[in-house]
Design a protein around this ligand. Sequence first.
Ligand code: COA
Length: 386
Amino acid sequence: MSEYLPGLAGVPATQSNISDIDGEKGILFYRGYPIEQLAEKSTFEETTLLLLDGELPTAQALDDFDQRIRQNRKTQFHIRDLMKTFPPSGHPMDMLQTSVASLGMFYPGNECLTGADACGDLDYIHNMSVKIIARMPTMVAMWEYLRHGYEAPEPRNDLSYAENFLYMFTGKEPDPLMSRIMDVCLILHAEHTINASTFSLLVTASTLASPYNVIAAAIGTLSGPLHGGANQKVLEMLEEIGSPEKAEAYIDKKLANKEKIWGMGHREYKTKDPRAKFLENLVDKVLESKGTNQSSLLETAKEVERICEDRLAHKGVYPNVDFYSGTLYHEMGIPADQFTAIFAVARSAGWLAHWREQLGDNRIFRPTQVYAGEPERPYVPIELRK
Ligand code: COA
């Protein structure tokens, strides 16, 4: 009889070659490459192919992949029509989960998953991965227009992944520095071992559900505030605090009430998340490009970090990836409720790498439980119940 561990803390649920974390030192590797090197030297397209295939691609392989992504950016007009029926107040993560699931009706192609054995056709897996990775940013950007009552611009195939996303999102010619910053954000969010959304993806994938359902399940899991939804919560918290000098009283009150501080803490990291360090520096770059080094939001975030370090470091609680991404996206002019959807766009790369890995050695997830309910007892007729 095995012991029940809440949250499966420390319990290996899979074996994977995709990414690894050294939580004591604060290091994250994708396929053995430290995240800092990829953020400095790679692109989202190249990192995606590294995650999917396991090796850095040749120039030819990268070009082929890039072209296929560019050619798959457009969605059928039915999807746009479907999105127009969503309430404008709908959250972008709900929009994205519904829209990704709907791709299964418009671009089915589940033929490889119909047998009892998992599909081993790498062309099929690659094709489906391209269809999803290429269309996710299109849907997120389209929603920004449709929810305000406007038609969205068509995706452009003369732009990189990050450039096209910013072009579609803002309707303006993408600025090179902002495009590179978005590219780095996408790289930093692309993969993160077996977190909650990747675990839910593996469970769904293990049933041989379609890749659209697999990604839709992961999007639903990412949306929660204890996971990807924390980036929006961080921004709301910083705005509620209002200014650095009000941070201490705010944090102490939260901690006294046993409430969590958004963007702090991680199951794996017992030091500052390496992605948070990168994102914090990127805020400075965005501010510089706007001709300032002043941001009340950034100052408030830094003060919250300082106070939390004082109060929570002994528990191993430090800023996670969501702590500075909200401030960064806010300074880039992105609305707060879109932060988690952008996270999902980036994470589609890692999710689909895990989908492929799961199909390569599949066994349906069917864990056991520790039953703690009533022992066997006879049915009680309704007239005899108290
Ligand atoms: N604020 C205050 N205290 C926190 C905290 C936070 N954000 N995160 C963890 N802690 C404290 C817990 O209260 C607990 O203290 P205790 O031992 O005195 O009871 C201890 O640190 C361990 O935390 P626990 O909740 O057991 O960690 P977990 O691994 O189950 O949860 C998170 C991890 C990420 C869910 C958790 O840190 C959290 O809720 N963070 C805020 C939400 C967030 O930013 N999520 C994004 C993650 S990338």
